[in-house]
Unconditional design. Structure first.
Lengths: 323, 153
């Protein structure tokens, strides 16, 4: 882990000092050691702010979707994990990011951990999280300390990750991790429980789940492939697809707009799930959508830079629609 | 409040044999299916009265959200129809639509809606007979299922 961190710093330093990038986006320590936040490094002397550990869950390619926050011609260095690289590929497929303007450092990833799962084990605030191989030691403000296994804290989608190594990168930080064994197809086991419900139960469950949504828009703000901003149809008054009311109806409508509008470009990176403050399992919609696209067309989003997103193209011979 | 008005309205539209009226929304392309439905009417082919038609320029214009919005607003079934693949007035609009609608069709059961309540199909301007069959069959199936229980979707 620390080897990859050193590698990231070195690559960032070289890129910044040689003037190949104007700024470099990576992960850094937040208020304390228990938090990782995105950091923007503008000077080669500041590269020590860059950190890599299993808390680095943020998908940094989100900053490229509108080339925030600097001028449109800025050259940007960015760190990506395997899943992040797929959203970056989606952006490249749509020509929303100019490959000439970015410098991508790929970070092989062993999976990121769920900080909320740690928080729930403590009554007080968690202020320190340390990593030692497969062990994670967390300490709260009261001085209470607990040890966990890293495996137990992994995010659900990291357990079933099939692309731990970035698919698009200019340089790699560290050696690639071994590719996962087993079947090549995507893994959807997390949907099994929901799938087993009857139609009526599904509808009841969706209502229950989405009634807690507060429509804070965190899920679309962190979504790298959802980029219409103020033009989004969910904020439009005419037509008014989603009203201002906050209830399950509008919330579900809003999420379905998100699901259908990122179809073919969403690789289920899980950023929306992780950003949700009320912990709505958004993967219920997005993973299913990806599963069906895979069944329909054998299509996986964000794998091939040369490919086109599935719903932005067609094949005259598409094998469905005869009913 | 809304619930009450809905019931009252559907009570008004209930047919003679007493069953509560259902609402089926048809989203049709202007050039084929709408014209087909029109000619079915001109030919005085008997059709169910529960279908309310929305005319769109092309199936390529149809966002899957349209159908879901209809369900959210209380539709009991949604029928989407356009030109046969290869016959699109705009050359290729329905090829794009085919992928989107197929995706929607596959997601409908996942969203807690019976699969029989949604259908997409192709009816050309000259197929008034086929239009009659499609509508009668689809509305019949939706009628069998009855009105949808009103939930979030």
């Amino acid at each position: 882990m620390s080897e990859r961190q050193a590698e990231i710093r070195e690559l960032a330093k070289a890129a910044l000092s040689e003037g190949r990038v104007d700024y470099f986006i990576g992960w850094g320590t937040g208020y304390d050691n228990s938090q990782i936040v995105p950091v923007f490094v503008r000077d080669a002397g500041e590269v020590d702010e860059l950190v890599w550990n299993p808390l680095a869950q943020h998908n940094l390619s989100v900053y490229l979707k509108r080339k925030m926050p600097e001028s449109p011609d800025a050259k940007i260095g960015v760190c990506v994990k395997g899943c992040d690289s797929r959203t970056l590929v989606s952006l490249l497929q749509e020509e929303l990011v100019d490959p000439e303007q970015i410098y991508v450092v790929g970070v092989p990833c062993d999976g990121v951990i769920n900080r909320r799962a740690v928080e729930k084990e403590f009554s007080g605030e968690v202020v320190d999280i340390l990593f030692d191989g497969g062990r994670v030691t967390a300490t709260s403000r009261d001085g209470e300390s607990k040890e966990f296994s890293r495996e137990d804290l992994l995010f659900d989608h990291c357990r079933s990750c099939r692309y731990p190594n970035p698919l698009y990168q200019d340089d790699s930080a560290g050696d690639p991790v071994p590719e996962p064994e087993g079947e090549a197809g995507p893994i959807w086991e997390s949907l099994e429980e929901f799938e087993a419900l009857s139609t009526d139960q599904k509808s009841a469950r969706l209502e229950e789940v989405f009634s807690t949504c507060i429509r804070c828009f965190a899920c679309i703000h962190v979504c790298p492939v959802c980029y219409c901003w103020d033009q989004c149809v969910c904020r439009s008054r005419k037509p008014e697809l989603v009203s201002q009311k906050v209830e399950a109806k509008e919330n579900l409508m809003f999420q379905m707009i998100h699901m259908f509008h990122v179809a073919g470009r969403c690789p289920s990176c899980g950023a929306c799930d992780r950003a949700c403050p009320v912990e709505i399992p958004l993967y219920l919609l997005h993973r299913k959508m990806n599963q069906e696209l895979h069944d329909m067309l054998g299509f996986e989003a964000g794998v091939d830079v040369e490919a086109k997103p599935a719903l932005q193209t067609f094949d005259v011979e598409d094998p469905f629609g005869e009913h | 409040m809304t619930e009450k008005t809905e019931t009252k309205q559907s009570g008004d539209t209930a047919s003679k044999d007493g069953d509560r009226g259902i609402k089926v929304i048809g989203i049709l392309c202007n050039w084929c299916s709408y014209a087909g439905a029109d000619s079915a009417g001109t030919a005085r082919l008997k059709q169910p009265v529960d279908l309310r038609i929305v005319r769109t320029p092309c199936t390529g214009r149809i966002d899957p959200i349209f159908a879901l919005k209809a369900f959210e607003k209380g539709a009991d079934g949604v029928l989407v129809s356009g030109c046969h693949p290869g016959d699109c007035h705009y050359a290729e609009g329905n090829y794009y639509a085919r992928r989107r609608l197929e995706l929607l069709d596959r997601l409908i059961p996942h969203l807690g809606i019976e699969p029989e309540r949604f259908r997409y199909t192709w009816v050309s301007a000259s197929e008034s007979k086929r239009w009659q069959e499609v509508v009668t069959e689809f509305v019949g199936k939706v009628k069998q299922l009855g009105p949808r229980e009103r939930r979030a979707l």
